[in-house]
Design a protein around this ligand. Structure first.
Ligand SMILES: [Zn+2]
Length: 295
C-alpha cells in the first residue's frame, strides 16, 4: 500500500491531476482533496456527503468519517477452537511441500503474506483438494449476467413464481422474464441495445415495458397490489414483508441483509452488481446451504 501511495504522489508531483476511487484509509489519508459519496450503499447513496481535506473528513460525522476516526479494535484473546485439519505437503503453484494445520470449529483463520506468495494456492487448491468438505467462496464470476438475479442465485425465484401462479391461475413460466413472461419487444432484457458502427453500443430503456422486462399478461397478476416486476425492484426487507407467510423466502432475504446486500434490488441483473457485491451474494448462497445442512 505504501508503494502505491508513493506512486500516486509521484504522478501528482509530476503535474498530473490524479483521481482515485478508493476505500482504503491509507490512500484517503494521502489525498489533497476528498469527495465522500453516500450516505448508504447502492440505491441508498447518490449524495455528496463531504468535500474537503482528509483531516476534516474525520471530523465530519459522515459514515466514512466516523469509521476513519474510530481506531480498529484488535481482539485481545483468540477464540478457542476444537481440533485442527491438517494440510500436508502442499505443492500447488509455488508452494514447496508445506505442512499447515487449520483450526476447526469456531476459529477464523487469516492466511496472509505478500502478493503471489501462495496464500490462494494453499487456501483454494491444496486445502479443498485434501479436504473436500471445505467450500471455497472465491471471486470467480457467478454464472449468468443479464439473465440472472439475486433471487435466482439464492434459489427462490421458482418459489416467487409459484406464488404468483397460485393467485392468478397462470403457469409459473409467465412470471419469468426468460420465458413466457418476457416483454415481446426487448425479450425480457428491459432495454434495447443499438449497435453503432464506429462507436460503443448504446442501451436505451425498452419503450414497450419501460424497463420492467415483463409483458402485460405477467403484469396483470398481483400479490397484495404488487406485480412480479414490482417485486424484482424491491429490497430484501420489502420482499420478506410481502411474502411473510413463506419462511423460505424470509430466510433467503435475511441472508441478503446479513451479507450487506439489503440495499440492492432482488431482481437486479448480476451484470449490474460489482465484484464485491457478487462475492457477497455467493457467500449468502453458501451460508444458506450450510444452514440447510445444519438444520
Ligand atoms: Zn421490454
Amino acid at each position: 500500500m505504501h508503494q502505491l501511495t508513493q506512486l500516486l504522489a509521484r504522478l501528482r508531483d509530476a503535474g498530473n491531476t490524479v483521481l482515485v476511487v478508493e476505500h482504503h484509509p491509507q490512500v484517503i489519508a494521502v489525498a489533497d482533496h476528498v469527495i465522500d459519496v453516500g450516505p448508504g450503499a447502492g440505491a441508498r447513496g447518490g449524495l455528496i456527503q463531504f468535500v474537503g481535506t482528509p483531516a476534516d473528513l474525520r471530523r465530519s460525522g459522515t459514515v466514512t468519517g466516523r469509521l476513519l476516526d474510530r481506531p480498529l479494535e484488535v481482539s485481545s484473546s483468540a477464540r478457542p477452537w476444537q481440533g485442527t485439519v491438517p494440510v500436508r505437503d502442499a505443492r500447488a503453484h509455488n508452494l514447496t511441500g508445506v505442512d499447515v494445520d487449520i483450526p476447526l470449529g469456531g476459529g477464523l483463520t487469516a492466511v496472509t503474506g505478500v502478493a503471489g506468495s501462495g496464500k490462494s494456492s494453499l487456501a483454494t487448491q491444496d486445502l479443498p483438494a485434501q479436504h473436500p468438505a471445505f467450500a471455497v467462496v472465491g471471486q470467480d464470476p457467478l454464472r449468468g449476467g443479464v439473465r440472472s438475479t439475486s433471487l435466482s442465485v439464492l434459489g427462490i425465484a421458482d418459489t416467487v413464481r409459484r406464488a404468483f401462479s397460485e393467485v392468478s391461475g397462470l403457469a409459473p413460466a409467465w412470471f419469468s422474464f426468460n420465458s413466457k413472461g418476457a416483454c415481446p419487444v426487448c425479450r425480457g432484457k428491459g432495454h434495447i441495445t443499438t449497435e453503432l458502427a464506429f462507436l460503443d453500443d448504446v442501451s436505451t430503456p425498452c419503450d414497450e415495458c419501460h424497463g420492467r422486462r415483463f409483458n402485460e399478461t405477467a403484469l396483470s397478476a398481483t400479490i397484495r397490489g404488487s406485480t412480479i416486476a414490482d417485486v424484482l425492484a424491491m429490497e430484501a426487507r420489502e420482499v420478506a414483508h410481502l411474502f411473510e407467510h413463506s419462511p423460505e423466502i424470509a430466510e433467503a432475504m435475511s441472508w441478503l441483509e446479513r451479507v450487506g446486500l439489503g440495499y440492492t434490488a432482488v431482481g437486479q441483473s448480476l451484470d449490474t452488481l460489482s465484484g464485491g457485491e457478487k462475492q457477497r451474494l455467493l457467500l449468502a448462497r453458501h451460508l444458506r446451504g450450510v444452514e440447510d445442512l445444519a438444520g
